[in-house]
Design a protein around this ligand. Structure first.
Ligand code: ADP
Length: 467
């Protein structure tokens, strides 16, 4: 089942809240109206009671009371009623309409008078009345007086108001819900547009971008954020495509070379000596190719974001000595001098010995490759500003200033023809920088064309050493 759309939910919530608000308002208005009617009627009743008091205040007996009241009240009225009884519960005066009815039974009258507000509601012949009861003393007698007033008009006004509310509130609600729906639809229209545009973007047209509404609001920010994300994905995919293309290109050359050598060897019978040579050449190519594949795999794994590096206590002086000893054969065969200036040590860093060794091998290997004999390679290690600084200095061919950053890019070779001979694919330094940065450090280069280069690794030193 599809979920209910936001605009419908918004409208529904809005309508419910509005309905509750309007109902509360209606109830309050009705209650207020009823209260004010009651206050008005009660004031009129009190005025009439005061008039009655005044009229009979000086009467000596029941006959005088009757005469006074007849002069003051309208006994024929069916709207304003009055009944007066003496202390013997004998009727002294009654509105003519009341002759056949009771406004209030005597017992009830006393009960009403004991209340703080001696008022009452009564329905006579289906007509609503509001009444008031009081005891008035005159000429040594106590008279029980009840006044009542027809409130038909007020009730009618209330009913009309109630009917109006019942008609107006649903109408208003309907109109407000319609307007609410229209507003939320308008407000959310850009979201639909973004959704539709996003649906059209696939792996093939990742360079397409969403239209950013110039409202500068949340939706504009959403579109901008999605666009920035698309740009990042686009770049990442382009890099992957580039990497795959470069990698296949790099692999094609050695594989083609091996194939040609093998085909040549197979074309006619060869001496054992010749076969031996071919196998050695093929072996050499195979070794270089498998090294290249190793590097490619390492970079691919690095790109996948997997945590490949461990963080252990590594002692750098020992590690550098080991690598220098291991690579000295290389230097010797290239007729180069390899010197280590490592200081007394120990220098501890947190990291992965395997990768740090690989980093040093890459730098020394490059120095050997790019230094013609006779030359010298120096591996140095000092600690300064809380960082271990390992440098590999050579007296080789050097690099142009513009190349100092480029050489750290994948597959970059300063001089393609020259590097091809030395067998590099342009991956060593990018792996080296990835290792240095993975240790929270840096790898930088300085060089002068024709004079030599210095590659420097800086790694943060561990202050606390766990053994
Ligand atoms: P490669 O496998 O080609 O050596 P690298 O990434 O290790 O790849 O190096 C990239 C390029 O940087 C090399 O092709 C070379 O031109 C240049 N380079 C690296 N080290 C040195 C050095 N010590 N002296 C001069 N050039 C160097």
């Amino acid at each position: 089942m599809r979920k209910i759309p936001i605009k419908v939910r918004l409208t529904a919530w809005y309508s419910v809240v509005l309905a509750l608000g309007m109902t509360a308002l209606g109830v309050l208005a009705l209650a207020g109206m009823k209260h004010s009617i009651r206050v008005t009627v009660d004031e009129q009743l009190m005025e009439r009671m005061a008039a009655v008091r005044k009229a009979i205040g000086t009467a000596e007996d029941a006959a005088a009371v009757r005469a006074a009241l007849r002069g003051n009240l309208a006994p024929e009225s069916t709207e304003e009623l009055v009944q007066v009884a003496d202390e013997n519960e004998q009727w002294v005066f009654q509105s003519s309409w009341l002759k056949t009815r009771r406004l209030l039974a005597e017992g009830r009258a006393q009960e009403v008078e004991r209340k703080r507000h001696p008022d009452f509601w009564v329905v006579l012949e289906g007509k609503p009345f509001r009444g008031m009861s009081a005891t008035v003393e005159a000429g040594g007698h106590r008279y029980s007086v009840q006044l009542a007033q027809n409130i038909d008009d007020f009730e009618e006004a209330m009913a009309r108001f109630r009917r109006m509310l019942l008609m107006v509130i649903p109408g208003l609600l309907l109109a407000a819900a319609g307007a609410g729906y229209w507003i939320s639809r308008r407000a959310l229209a850009p979201v639909d547009a973004i959704t539709r545009a996003a649906q059209e973007i696939s792996g093939r047209n990742l360079s397409a971008r969403l239209e950013v509404p110039d409202s500068g609001d949340e939706l504009a920010r959403l579109a901008e954020t999605l666009n920035a994300m698309l740009a990042r994905i686009d770049l990442a995919l382009k890099r992957i495509a580039q990497f795959t293309a470069d990698a296949s290109h790099e692999l094609r050359t050695p594989v083609a070379l091996m194939r040609t050598r093998a085909e040549l060897a197979l074309r006619r019978p060869r001496t054992a000596q010749e076969n031996q040579e071919t196998i050695e050449q093929l072996h050499g190519e195979a070794v270089r190719t498998s090294e290249l594949v190793e590097k490619l795999m390492l970079l691919a794994r690095a790109d996948s974001g997997a945590r490949l590096m461990r963080s252990e206590a590594v002692e750098l002086v020992g590690l550098a000595q080991e690598v220098v000893a291991q690579t000295s054969v290389l230097a010797e065969s290239a007729e180069l001098e390899l010197e280590a200036e490592l200081g007394a040590g120990p220098v501890w860093v947190a990291g992965d010995a395997r990768f740090l060794r690989q980093l040093l091998v890459i730098l020394i290997d490059n120095a050997v490759k790019y230094t013609p004999a006779p030359g010298k390679i120096t591996v140095g290690l000092v600690v300064e500003d809380g960082a271990a600084r390992i440098s590999v200095t050579d007296t080789g061919i050097g690099m142009e200033v513009e190349e100092l950053e480029l050489v750290f890019e994948r597959f970059y070779r300063a001089d393609k023809a020259r590097s091809r001979e030395t067998g590099g694919a342009g991956l060593g330094l990018s792996i080296g920088r990835w290792i240095a940065e993975g240790h929270g450090g840096t790898l930088t280069a300085e060089s002068r064309l024709g004079a030599g280069s210095v590659f420097t690794v800086r790694l943060p030193v561990r202050s606390q050493v766990r053994s």
